[in-house]
Write a protein that binds this ligand. Structure first.
Ligand code: ZN
Length: 292
């Protein structure tokens, strides 16, 4: 009996070793939530599923305590992950947690702010450098320039004015502006995004920032009349940032265009590469939305 138990144990061990060595190493991702003026209880599971469905990620969630002094205890171990996705827009974290995030990105960690994550922390200088541009929370020309498309080039515009606004929600066309970057390579030149808030007039330090895709914020729907940055990448220290302004709520996140760009962007932020190269046949067209 004892011999049988030993054999069973060694067989189990061999199997475990084999299965581990054959399994592809997954990208470790962490999603932050717990406070947001958006419905994070609905949207975090969608973000998690988009990443997991690619088969490339193992995803964990760190939920900050609800608004109150307890938030001071929120201190996820960022360094245990390759990429941190933020679905957080709420109270300031402790100085330690803020420093942890800055060090994590500086040392090569990936960061992916989604939609209202760029509303967070208006007074935290390093965070604003990491996200590039953001909105609300008193942001103004003091926060940095607008990023504007002028004569085919993106320029920093110091015109005074508020940072962050949006018109009413609607379907809108996302225009690919960078066809060489791994995140947007191979995507259609234009695709119709499902109903979302079109963030406009964002402003911030905008250092080391490359705009990958824009959308026209039509004054008819309450927009700025500018081609606004929707998808961006940045460098901060050794870290890579993919910033998507898309994703107000469930309809926006069910858009195949959101799914593909979010998954590719998160992979790129984590590894500097995009292996999720296949554009699905149901990707939205210039005049036709496509949702899950
Ligand atoms: Zn929103």
């Amino acid at each position: 009996m004892k011999r049988f138990a030993v054999r069973l144990l060694s067989m189990t061990l061999a199997l475990l070793i084999a299965s581990n060595s054959f399994a592809e190493e997954k990208i470790k991702a962490l999603i932050l939530d717990g406070q947001n003026n958006h419905n994070w209880k609905v949207t975090t599971p969608i973000l998690k599923k988009i990443l997991e469905d690619t088969g490339k990620f193992s995803v964990e969630v760190a939920t900050a305590p609800a608004k109150g002094p307890e938030v001071a205890t929120f201190r996820p171990k960022f360094s245990n992950y390759q990429v941190v996705v933020s679905n957080y827009n709420g109270q300031d974290w402790s100085k330690e947690t803020q420093n942890d995030l800055v060090e994590f990105v500086k040392n090569g960690g990936g960061f992916v702010p989604v939609h209202a994550a760029n509303n967070a922390f208006p007074a935290w200088a390093e965070y604003n450098e990491i996200i590039g541009i953001g909105g609300w929370g008193g942001r103004s020309e003091k926060s940095g320039p607008y990023v504007r498309l002028k004569d085919g080039k993106f320029v920093n515009d110091m015109t005074p004015g508020k940072g962050g606004s949006h018109g009413k929600q609607h379907e809108f066309v996302v225009v690919t502006r960078n066809t060489e970057h791994p995140i947007t390579k191979g995507l259609p030149a234009e695709w119709l995004h499902n109903t979302d808030e079109l963030y406009d007039r964002l402003r911030g330090p905008a250092k080391n920032l490359t705009v990958l895709a824009t959308a026209y914020a039509d004054p008819k729907t309450g927009g700025s009349g500018e081609h606004e940055p929707m998808l961006m990448v940045l460098d901060y220290g050794k870290g890579r940032i993919f910033h998507t302004t898309l994703g107000h709520a469930e309809p926006a996140m069910k858009c195949i265009g959101f799914e593909v760009t979010f998954a590719r962007g998160t992979e790129w932020a984590a590894t500097g590469k995009v292996t999720l190269n296949t554009i699905p046949a149901n990707f939205p067209k210039a005049d036709k939305v496509s949702i899950r």
